[in-house]
Design a protein. Structure first.
Ligand code: SF4
Length: 63
């Protein structure tokens, strides 16, 4: 299965239902109505994608 960009995005918020289903909420949707609250997964392209701070640090060039 293709990994969704949302999994690596700082705007993602994981929501788990009472039945244990996992949903990825896009927090960009709160400020921009072009983004669905729960984008169909997997997302493979997104103009608003921004890597999480953790991922940024892992890929930053230390020099
Ligand atoms: S901004 Fe794009 S990549 Fe990030 S959570 Fe929203 S839909 Fe996913």
């Amino acid at each position: 299965m293709t990994m969704s960009l949302c999994e690596r995005c700082c705007y993602r918020k994981e929501v788990v239902s009472g039945k244990g289903s996992r949903f990825l909420l896009c927090q960009k949707s709160t400020t921009d109505h072009h983004f669905p609250k729960y984008p169909p997964q997997p997302v493979t392209e997104c103009i608003a994608f921004e890597p999480t701070r953790f991922e940024k640090n892992a890929t930053d060039d230390p020099t």
